[in-house]
Design a protein around this ligand. Structure first.
Ligand code: ATP
Ligand code: MG
Length: 382
């Protein structure tokens, strides 16, 4: 079996009890994504994974929020002679003729040598056995040695993790997923920040096409890998009736605003029923008419739970870059029918009083409540 060292970031800043809880959760999350035989060990500030499937483990752990970086490593006793032996063995494998190298040594625990001594002794041994010279500023090869109380870990590769916090340590949220480019990215960012997420899509059929549903299901499958084995079930919530009410009864310029308000109102009810403490959307300031500051204020009005908008300051290119990295982009750009009633002149600065008045006139909240009661127990969850 080989060993992989797992480093985590911000968890290390928490108080001791919180930190232990986070680390335990991170270990459970790692264990639930590794679908092959493995052993997990905990040491102060580090997690170690022993497995024969190093490449698979690295790939799967690179999607686990809370992990900062990962290194497959060689393990030996934390004795100078053993460390030096291993370092030479590794150096012989990786340093090519004419190349120089640097040793980067860290040490925690009590030993009868300091990290500088390790660098000097091992550097010398490597130099004698390979002929390679030390170059600390711009080395061709780097060898990292981490000496801990009982054991020393030697490695040459560091793979980036996602960073963030372990999923499930920061409470639960309902995330509104349209299937377009933005909302999957917003959902990913909340998972990365440690929230358990309930993704919800408001299903506009028969007014939306089947492609819209396929698109959101594909995006959901892409996102699942970041949920670290926590429940992450897509809810398709019937929205056609609310949509129809808006189309038939509300003034055209307000359709988008009312449509969004209907969604967050339903999302809040779902959130409360599921013990979630916030709602998440993919809105970004000024991106479209319904996302101007006055309109976001109107959309938010009357909603008691916080609405998180992780992309509020993102340019589209920044969001698109993330979408490509997290592999939701290709699913998101599948053609789906645009909203059939996008008004020609959507309000960019809807008046709150007007919106409240219209909602009263058309019986908006009553319809929302009925739709919720009708559908809450029968919603399709994937
Ligand atoms: P996206 O790229 O996520 O589709 P967008 O920039 O196209 O976002 P809108 O279509 O105005 O913006 O939607 C704003 C936000 O409202 C979305 O990011 C998403 O969170 C939510 N949303 C929109 N339509 C739906 C839907 N049918 N179901 C669930 N949430 C939705
Ligand atoms: Mg959209």
């Amino acid at each position: 079996m080989q060993t992989i060292m797992v480093r985590f970031g911000e968890i290390a800043l928490k108080g001791e009890w919180v930190r232990r809880e986070f680390e335990k959760k991170l270990m459970r999350n790692i264990s639930s994504v590794l679908d092959f035989e493995h052993e997990l060990l905990w040491e102060w500030g580090r997690i170690f994974v022993n497995t024969n499937k190093i490449d698979n483990a690295i790939r799967q752990m690179s999607n686990v929020p809370g992990i900062v970086s990962i290194s497959p490593c060689e393990v030996t006793e934390s004795r100078m002679d053993r460390i030096s032996e291993k370092a030479v063995e590794i150096a012989k494998n990786i340093i090519k003729p004419g190349e120089n190298f640097a040793l980067r040594v860290k040490r925690t625990g009590t030993h009868d040598f300091k990290s500088h001594d390790v660098a000097v002794v091992c550097g010398d041994a490597i130099n004698r056995s390979t002929g390679a010279k030390v170059n600390l500023t711009a080395p061709d090869r780097e060898i990292f040695i981490e000496v801990r109380q009982e054991k020393a870990y030697i490695y040459t590769r560091i793979f980036d993790g996602l960073g963030g916090l372990p999923v499930g340590t920061q409470g639960s949220v309902v995330s509104l997923i349209s299937g377009g480019i933005d909302s999957p990215v917003a959902t990913f960012l909340m998972l990365k920040r440690g929230c358990k997420v309930y993704p919800v899509h408001f299903d506009n059929r028969p007014f939306a096409d089947e492609m819209t549903i396929k698109r959101v299901k594909d995006v959901y499958e892409n996102l699942k890998v970041y949920s670290s084995g926590e429940d992450f079930d897509l809810t398709l919530f019937p929205y056609g009736r609310v949509w129809q009410l808006i189309v038939e009864k509300a003034p055209r310029p307000l359709t988008c605003i009312l449509c969004k308000r209907g969604m967050v109102k339903l999302a809040e009810k779902l959130a409360i029923d599921r013990g979630c403490l916030a709602i998440v959307t993919g809105e970004s300031l000024g991106q479209v008419a319904s996302q101007t500051l006055p309109n976001l204020r109107v959309i938010t009005y009357g909603i008691e739970l916080p609405i998180f908008r992780p992309l509020i300051t993102h340019d589209k290119v920044e969001t698109t870059d993330i979408a490509r990295k997290i592999l939701t982009y290709d699913s998101s750009i599948q053609k789906a029918r645009c909203c059939a009633i996008l008004p020609e002149r959507p309000a960019t600065s809807a008046k709150l009083e007007k919106v409240i008045e219209v909602e009263k006139d058309i019986g908006f909240d009553e319809t929302i409540q009925e739709v919720y009661e009708e559908s809450k127990s029968s919603v399709i969850t994937h």
